[in-house]
Write a protein that binds this ligand. Sequence first.
Ligand code: SAM
Length: 205
Amino acid sequence: MQFLYTLRSRGVTDKRVLTAMEKIDRAPFVTDTFSDRAYDDTPLPIACGQTISQPTIVGLMTQALEIEPRHKVLEIGTGSGYQAAILSQLARRVYTIDRHPRLVRAARKLFEGMDLTNITAISGDGSFGLPEQAPFDRILVTAAAEDPPGPLLAQLAVGGIMVLPVGQSDTVQSLIRVRRTEDGLDYEELLPVRFVPLIEGLGQE
Ligand code: SAM
């Protein structure tokens, strides 16, 4: 209850997003060392030197995507799998990619255990997107790039939305929303954020 109250008070107001975040328990996605902090509104360390994002930021990014039930969504940066699990409650199909196979294996196990059958988790370099499943109605990047990666922009459907942090990894970055219209791309700055870097062009770990 306190968890939802915190989300609402920090700007997560979309009912469908709140319902999804109420349904998907964050605790299984958090490592045992930090289990007592699973419902704190803070990012936490996970394996491979990565992080599970702050719940408010997960909520705000999900809300900014304006997902509809018929949508096919691509997430770059599976991490713990928590964000993908939330997306799976809102969209028809979710593809999520991480460059750490160990994280992907752990996330797959959690998805199976929770019967989240509309998520496909893939190991690889997400900066190239997933051309074989493109175009996507929505794309979410949960690691910061200096600029929106070209292949991801190219895989965004007309009418599609991509949300991603942009900026250098050691500074405060901007969360931006990109909409593809018939005429091109519209960019909108949403809020300051801090994410681990999107490692581009190095392939998977
Ligand atoms: N969405 C995650 C969650 O719900 O736990 C948090 C993601 S964490 C902040 C960022 C993730 O991006 C890390 O797991 C990292 O391995 C991944 N990453 C960084 N560069 C990547 C790339 N080029 N392709 C795929 N994943 C990448």
